[in-house]
Write a protein that binds this ligand. Structure first.
Ligand SMILES: CC(C)(COP(=O)(O)OP(=O)(O)OC[C@H]1O[C@@H](n2cnc3c(N)ncnc32)[C@H](O)[C@@H]1OP(=O)(O)O)[C@@H](O)C(=O)NCCC(=O)NCCS
Length: 148
């Protein structure tokens, strides 16, 4: 198993995977090229993520997805453990914003994140169509954070 940093020119190859976690291309474009993309490979690509620096030393996980057939095998958790280790040398905090979905929140809490704050109506105000997770419409963005 290895984790690769993806060049800007190759990032677009992963757009279909990125769209699983973030359904709107115009939203992905806001962070794709100012962020770092990493891919976890174990024979083939199993999981990818994009990280941005939002303030000096403060990083944000903007997108993480495990290829559906490889979910629940520890790849997502492994990728986050790598990211935490990698960014330690550059800063102190990693945050992530997500919809109010119990399964995703459980995943982040399992990865050491704790709830930080809520951005009300984020998904209504920023997306051009309603989005659903676990049958529930996404409305507010829940922010979680952890130390690096
Ligand atoms: C969220 C996501 C990246 C997790 O990746 P993953 O590789 O499947 O997760 P892991 O196998 O590393 O899971 C680690 C732990 O998180 C929790 N977890 C992960 N997925 C879960 C699920 N669907 N239901 C309940 N708990 C879950 C479990 O505690 C799991 O440990 P366990 O399997 O030992 O119980 C993956 O489900 C995914 O790609 N989802 C679609 C895209 C998405 O929603 N991304 C997040 C956008 S904010």
């Amino acid at each position: 198993m290895e984790i690769l940093k993806i060049n800007d020119r190759d990032k677009i190859k992963y757009i279909e995977l990125l769209l699983i976690a973030d359904e709107q291309i115009s939203m992905i474009e806001k962070y794709l090229y100012r962020g770092d993309m990493f891919a976890l490979r174990d024979d083939d690509i199993r999981a990818i993520c994009v990280i941005t620096q939002e303030q000096p030393g403060i990083f944000e996980l903007k997108n993480i997805v495990t290829v559906p057939k490889y979910q629940r095998k520890g790849y997502g958790q492994n990728l986050i453990a790598f990211i935490v280790d990698y960014y330690k040398q550059f800063g102190s905090e990693l945050s992530v914003g997500t919809g109010d979905s119990p399964t995703i929140l459980r995943f982040y809490e399992r990865c050491g994140f704790v709830k930080s704050h809520v951005v009300q109506n984020f998904f209504i105000d920023n997306y051009d169509h309603p989005m659903y997770e676990d049958g529930q419409q996404l409305v507010d963005m829940i922010y979680l954070k952890r130390n690096l």
